[in-house]
Design a protein around this ligand. Structure first.
Ligand SMILES: [Zn+2]
Length: 897
């Protein structure tokens, strides 16, 4: 006998912080087999995940909570399986987002980026990063993330900057990078190129403008013929370099090869035939503006058309626009259209729904523009990226995303990597004022590499953020240096992220990994879905349905949030998050705590015993269930079905263990002696195993409970059981099923028959309102011997009088005054006629009947009213159905009375 004081209730607020600090300061987040430390064994298998680096400006949202929960589960599971598990954390410098943050700050101080200058601006941005950059990582810690923080990286730290420089110079030297004019997404407000990812399309009401493209007369004179054309952006007329029609379009094919006149400017441009033109759309003729539309750009390339930029970097009209030069793009639209109206060139205007490209940052309309930028030739890299998935070096889960991946890489265009920002990795190219040539080197040059001139100037642009994050899996491990970490931990194992980021990031990492390390950077890509609200709606600030994970963790605990997200997740599918479910899972943590209290009580109150005893059926059964659970969880983890695995562990702990085995253990413990000792033994081992299985889902409550269990057991008669336990649950060995498969089946079947009998009797008792204190007699018909063997257990759990429980092989005639029920193979007769007080029963039935009849009256009234005639038929039918059900119940009650 020993005593152990377990806190009455689980206090997640007090526990989470303390347990996390205990793990971190104990060094448990670091891989147990470390190539930089003594006793390193290269034969131990590593398991590595590089965290998707959140923006350094980020604030924790449900998307972060989801990926942290899943990755932490993956890492904890592999760590417990004995892998040298490493989860590399870090943040992304997030070019535009961070620059905007600091620009806003400057604006408040009444100055600007341009005014303070580049150097001061960068100093201010670093200052901002040092002050606030740790916010998102501290929020990730709150989720229980077991990252190795001693290996934390930042995309602009010294090492990663070296990696970016090396990657750029290698591509440059191999001729895989070039600079040239191309059509890109231009943000006039931010004055930078932006990636496709930073452009959001929104459906907005707009106008379709129809006008006349006048044909130049063949023999001089006034123009009379015209081709009708429609556009949503009339101002771009000023940059038109052709009108295209379908070559087989009978209306217009005769005009191919002739010229039309650009409205108000008088420029002559050709009519061309191209089967890209959709004859049935609009007027069937297209104006072609290669300088401001990606599709037009493609057509222009095919027909060698001139590319005119009619807008400048601030989206003001250039000198190309003649009298409209220097106007804002939207003012020009109005002025030009008014002039065209006056000139009789306008046909009509129609309302039209536009798909408007807007900047994810500033919200302004993105303008496709020709601009001189740096590009990576992507074709060769893309082909290697395709091969890596096709030949199985990389597996994408769920596999239907492979098609999406193939499709994207098949249609990929050269990657624009320059951004007109100050915050980021500056392009390592210097231009010579004397010879005009470029110098691109690993170290900053002081003179031109070609003529030796000292008047060189660095390219002002920085690299796209995705250029550095594409190197993430190996740059974080030390590349380009062949560090011990890189040699041992690379390639990494899983890349886990949201499916929406498959192309922008995952595909770039695969291409970069193959390019620079000649290896796939990971062997498995696991994609999770988006988190929606409880009704399946996308969360948005305007809808007001955003769930803040920090608030949820404050109110209901981290484990409850994690468990809800993990159990609701299916690979690649969106999932709904409901606070009600999180609340239910907070109760699960409490249930677990109470079960732990029971187990600790049992463990600390038994006396040692050397007597060997046979297991009871319940002992065998709970072990058998634990064996099948362990096997199922392993199978589900191997196939990434984490949600289902979590649900099974939940059902085992709540149902099998807490609702059944603990009840039975009470009875067995009461027997005292060896039976009590062995029951406590079973409780300890089963609970320990279950906590291990649950740990990757809910690390805090399981660790805290397990620590109590360990301490309590250490001072008990069962101390030897815990001799092999490590210091913390998070490094305890992952359970393995050790009984031969199939052993469990007979045990489980027998116990389930017992459960069925108990449930059937309990149901009948509650239906007949039998007082719980009343012990019933019973006659059961069973030829298997099971009821006779388990009669004591059945009697206790079903509220029967064990002395009056009779088991028969056959029963020729049902006993009088008894009610018969069937439970599986067993027939049960209960003498309910004797035990129910007829007066009480009559009163109960009368009261119930009165209630039902009042419902009937209400529904009859409702259906006779206007509602019955005017409400939708489906709604009325539903009320009729309710009424019929009440009438049926009333009839039954009357019959019983
Ligand atoms: Zn030079």
């Amino acid at each position: 006998m020993s005593t152990y004081e377990l806190p009455k209730a689980y206090d997640f607020k007090e526990t989470e912080k303390r347990v996390y600090e205990m793990w971190e300061s104990g060094g448990y987040f670091q891989p147990h087999n470390d190539p930089n430390k003594p006793h390193f064994d290269p034969n131990v298998k590593p398991f590595v995940i590089a965290i998707p680096p959140p923006n350094v400006t980020g604030e924790l949202h449900t998307g972060h909570a989801m990926f942290v929960s899943i990755e932490d589960l993956m890492i904890r599971y592999h760590r417990m399986k004995g892998y040298s598990a490493l989860w590399v954390p870090g943040t992304d410098h997030a070019g535009i987002a961070t620059q905007l943050m600091v620009e806003r700050q400057l604006l408040k101080e009444g100055t600007s980026r341009e005014e303070v200058g580049r150097e001061e601006f960068l100093r201010r941005t670093w200052e901002w990063k040092h002050k606030y950059g740790g916010m998102i990582t501290s929020q990730i810690r709150r989720l229980g993330a077991s990252c190795d923080w001693t290996r934390e990286r930042f995309t602009m730290d010294e090492g990663l900057s070296v990696a970016v420089r090396e990657a750029f110079v290698r591509l440059y030297e191999a001729g895989k990078i070039y600079r040239g004019p191309r059509l890109i997404n231009w943000s006039p407000g931010l004055k930078t190129a932006v990636s496709d990812l930073e452009v959001e399309y929104s459906e907005e009401p707009g106008t379709l403008y129809f006008f006349k493209y006048m044909l130049k007369p063949l023999n001089g004179g006034e123009p009379t013929e015209y081709i009708p054309v429609a556009t949503t952006r009339p101002e771009t007329i000023l940059g038109d370099t052709a009108v295209a029609v379908h070559p087989e379009d009978e209306r217009y094919q005769k005009y191919i090869g002739r010229s039309v006149v650009v409205p108000m400017l008088g420029r002559e441009i050709p009519v061309i035939g191209d089967d890209y033109v959709a004859r049935e759309f609009g007027t069937g003729a297209l104006k072609i503006t290669p300088g401001h539309d990606p599709n037009d750009y493609e057509i222009g390339q095919r027909h060698n058309l001139a590319v005119l930029s009619m807008l400048d970097k601030s989206a003001k009209v250039t000198e190309i626009g003649g009298k409209y030069a220097a106007m804002d793009r939207f003012d020009c639209r109005k002025a030009l259209w008014a002039d065209m109206k006056e000139a009789g060139l306008v046909i009509k205007e129609e309302p039209y729904t536009l798909n408007v490209p807007r900047s994810q940052r500033g919200g302004e309309i993105i303008e496709p523009m020709i601009s001189t930028q740096w590009f990576v030739r992507i074709q060769e890299q893309a082909e290697k990226g395709l091969m890596a998935v096709r030949n199985g070096d990389i597996r994408i889960v769920p596999d239907h995303f492979e098609k999406v991946y193939f499709n994207w890489l098949d249609n990929i265009t050269d990657w624009c990597i320059s951004r007109q920002l100050w915050w980021g990795h500056r392009i390592p190219v210097w231009y010579c004022a004397d010879c005009g040539k470029e110098t691109c080197t690993r170290q900053d040059p002081t003179a031109c590499a070609h003529c030796g001139s000292a008047s060189i100037e660095q390219d002002p642009d920085v690299l796209d953020t995705w250029f550095s994050s594409g190197l993430w899996p190996f740059s974080t491990l030390g590349w380009p240096e062949q560090t011990p970490d890189l040699k041992y931990f690379y390639p990494t194992s899983y890349m886990e992220t949201g499916y929406d980021i498959l192309f922008f990031w995952v595909a770039r990492m695969i291409m970069s990994g193959l390019e620079f390390t000649e290896q796939a950077p990971f062997h498995t890509v696991y994609l999770h879905g988006l988190i929606r609200d409880e009704h399946g709606q996308k969360m948005s600030k305007t809808k007001g349905n955003v769930i803040d994970p920090l608030t949820v963790m404050d109110e209901l605990g981290t484990d409850a949030l994690r468990f809800t997200m993990l159990v609701g997740s299916t690979p690649g599918k969106d999932s709904n998050l409901s606070i009600k479910k999180v609340e239910a899972n907070r109760n699960f943590a409490n249930k677990l705590w109470n079960a732990g209290r029971f187990v600790i009580n049992a463990v600390t109150s038994v006396e040692p015993s050397n007597e060997k005893l046979e297991w009871t059926l319940a002992d065998s059964w709970i072990w058998a269930r634990l064996q099948t659970l362990t096997r199922d969880v392993e199978r589900l983890f191997q196939t990434f079905q984490y949600g289902q695995a979590g649900q099974m562990i939940y059902d085992f702990l709540w149902g099998d263990l807490a609702d059944w085995y603990l009840e039975i253990a009470k009875i067995q413990l009461a027997e005292g002696g060896a039976r009590a000792y062995w029951t406590a033994n079973t409780l300890l081992r089963v609970f320990d195993t279950a906590l291990r299985l649950l740990h990757p889902f809910t690390p805090f409550v399981t660790e805290e409970m397990w620590q109590h269990l360990k301490k309590a057991a250490a001072g008990s008669a069962l101390a030897s059981q815990t001799a092999q336990w490590p210091n913390v649950l998070m490094t305890a060995q992952w359970p393995e099923a050790n009984a031969p498969e199939g052993w469990e089946d007979a045990k489980i079947a027998s116990f389930e028959q017992v459960q069925e009998i108990i449930r059937a009797i309990r149901n009948l008792r509650s239906e007949k309102n039998v007082k719980p204190s009343l012990k019933l007699a019973a006659v059961m018909v069973d030829t298997s011997g099971l009821v006779a063997a388990e009669s004591k257990l059945i009697a206790q759990l079903a509220g029967l009088d064990a002395a009056k429980l009779r088991v028969e092989n056959t029963l020729p005639k049902a006993p009088e005054g008894h009610v018969a029920i069937i439970a599986g193979q067993v027939e049960i007769h209960l003498p309910l006629a004797d035990i129910v007080d007829p007066e009480e029963e009559k009163a109960r039935l009368t009261k119930e009947l009165a209630e039902v009849e009042s419902h009937i009256r209400r529904l009859e009234g409702l259906l006779a009213s206007d509602f019955g005639k005017k409400a939708p038929p489906a709604v009325v039918a539903k009320e009729h159905e309710k009424l019929a059900n009440y009438k049926e119940t009333a009839a039954k009650l009357k019959a019983q009375l």
